[in-house]
Design a protein around this ligand. Structure first.
Ligand code: CTP
Length: 401
């Protein structure tokens, strides 16, 4: 399987003659399973048609802040969408604007908005490529973490011979692949996560639920996906969705969640149970809406399956992670859950503490592992907690090797 499968590549094209090679590059990306969106500087269309790039990338090609229908092309959304940005060819002009922080076209605005890595393939004529300003600008963007794919040597459009040819599409493709290889320690790993609350129906309009939003589990799914894993997320009722490539299986009840987790479990290498599964469900679901009466009513509840515990019993080679949400005796209860559910790790957090638990963007957790191994983490963004989990598992893997 290609490392570029489902990766989102934002391709910036500037006005150099080497732009005629860009259709081939787009084809290489698309054939490898990547999603490609192209942003061009207005003059780049003199060298390669937006229509060609649109057909090959299977996406509209953008070059202005407003479309012909006067719709705003959102550079921030584009920049955030991308897993990697590639500018090829990169002209001396766009390079100078990048190094100066200029923003007079959509490509530059998108680059300034992008959070992802950028790779650039400069292409210019001999003297231009040797010019001290170009050299200084290249050094400057390198210092900011931009990967510069050096220009090749050969015949140039001017007829001169020397350094300045854009790196070949195959070389650019290989560099992008290498970038993902270096940043995908979980490539080839299948991760199964559950997240969110479950809703247990009382009648056709009412249910028993809880305040979980699924934020923590979604952050974990995102982090694994970004690190190259193939992620399945069994997601209870929440309006939140992962930003990364994740196979989402929506469910509503604990029973549904249990069935979906059980069927995906045998193929999984790492399993994270972060869902706030309802421990009970009503014994009967009324066929019609319960009518208001003057007296008390009682709803009889029956226990749901403990998903984590069941998975713990069926465990073969999976690394199994659970959560413990507690209001008292956090670490004792977490340690008890670790053994009673046969998990490999419990992430413990206290409900009701400032900034932790349901709905918050932050969490303060302890990792509780066998052998009384307890690691305390500071209060931090849930995305950072997710990264701590990945790091923790990587360290365990490294020790096993
Ligand atoms: N869990 C589960 N199935 C359930 C209940 C909990 O898989 N029916 C999982 C949760 O996803 C979590 C872990 O078990 O990973 C601990 O959940 P928590 O709500 O803290 O504890 P419970 O096991 O429900 O026990 P208690 O409510 O007594 O604390």
């Amino acid at each position: 399987m290609s490392r570029l499968r489902h990766k989102r590549i934002l391709l910036g094209v500037t006005a150099g003659i080497a732009a005629y090679k860009v259709p081939h590059l787009v084809r290489l990306f698309v054939k490898a399973g990547a999603e490609v969106r192209v942003v061009m500087t207005p003059d780049a269309a003199q060298f390669v048609t937006p229509q060609t790039l649109s057909v090959l990338s299977k996406n509209p090609v953008l070059s202005t802040f407003f479309s012909q229908e006067r719709q705003w092309n959102n550079h921030v959304e584009l920049g955030e969408w991308a897993d990697v940005m590639v500018v090829a060819p990169l002209t001396a002009n766009t390079l100078a604007k990048m190094s100066g922080g200029m923003c007079d076209n959509l490509l530059l605005a998108t680059w300034l908005s992008a959070r992802c890595k950028t790779l650039v393939a400069p292409a210019m004529d001999l003297e231009m490529y040797q010019h001290p300003t170009v050299k200084a600008n290249l050094e400057k963007i390198k210092d900011w973490g931009v990967v510069v794919l050096p220009a090749g040597v050969g015949e140039l459009a001017s007829g001169l011979n020397g350094e300045g040819r854009m790196a070949e599409p195959e070389a650019i493709f290989a560099s992008v692949e290498q970038y993902f290889a270096d940043n995908q320690p979980f490539f080839g790993t299948r991760v199964l996560v559950n997240a969110g609350p479950t809703f247990e129906a009382i009648d056709p309009v009412r249910f028993i639920g809880n305040r979980s939003t699924g934020k923590m589990g979604i952050a974990i799914a995102n982090a694994f996906s970004a690190a190259g894993a193939e992620v399945t997320l069994v997601l209870g009722p929440t309006h939140l969705r992962p930003v990364s490539e994740v196979n989402i299986i929506p469910v509503e009840t604990a029973e549904e969640m249990n069935l979906k987790m059980l069927s995906a479990y045998p193929a999984a290498n790492i399993v994270v149970c972060s869902a706030a599964v309802a421990d009970y469900r009503p014994v009967t679901i009324e066929a019609h809406k319960i009518k208001k009466k003057a007296q008390d009513i009682a709803i009889q509840l029956t226990p749901n399956a403990d998903i984590l515990k069941t998975l713990g019993q069926l465990k073969t080679t999976q690394y199994l992670v659970g959560f413990a949400l507690e209001t008292e005796q956090l670490l004792e209860n977490a340690q008890h859950k670790l053994t009673s559910k046969n998990a490999d790790l419990i992430i413990a957090n206290e409900a009701g503490e400032k900034g932790t638990g349901f709905g918050f963007d932050t969490n303060q957790v302890y990792f509780v592992a066998p052998g009384n191994k307890i690691t305390k983490f500071e209060l931090k963004d849930k995305n950072e907690v997710a990264k701590d989990l990945l790091q923790y598992i990587l360290e365990i893997r490294a020790r096993k090797k």
